[in-house]
Write a protein that binds this ligand. Sequence first.
Ligand SMILES: [Ca+2]
Ligand SMILES: [Ca+2]
Length: 171
Amino acid sequence: MNNTIVVNEASPPEVGGGIYLRRYTRPVLRNNIIVNNSEGEIIAQGSKQEVFYNNIWNNTPNNYNDLVTSIDGISVNPLFVNPDSGDFRLQPGSPCIDAGDPTSPLDADGTIADLGAFPTYHFDTPCIWLINHQLVDEDENGRVDAGETANLIVTLKNTSFEAANGTGHRL
Ligand SMILES: [Ca+2]
Ligand SMILES: [Ca+2]
């Protein structure tokens, strides 16, 4: 789930430049972006795949081959920020934003999951997220005992496309 698979190649006669699904497997492909791959995007051999909520687009010579189960998803340009330089984040307005399975865990901004590995959050101003925190006590026994000091280590990330300067940013 939530992979971004771009510009993979399989040399003929090999197939499955994007994903190759062997017979008798039952994978679930969900919330992925699979674009611009060559020699076959998803190749399936008679297995029962569940392929939902993916953006599968512009793969050559085709997007699917021999898939058994129904397919539900989109096939459009994902509007990466700068794929030529390896930046596969989603531009604001990308059709992959909020296009994931509504029953998947929500993105960090509380919206429906984006497709792919790099969700874009819904803020028009820089926003800094608390993505991890850890309380480290002196003797590392997991509690701050009476008279003991501890360090709170926080990890913040600016999830927007702009620098966050000054004050007033949301945590
Ligand atoms: Ca989202
Ligand atoms: Ca302690």
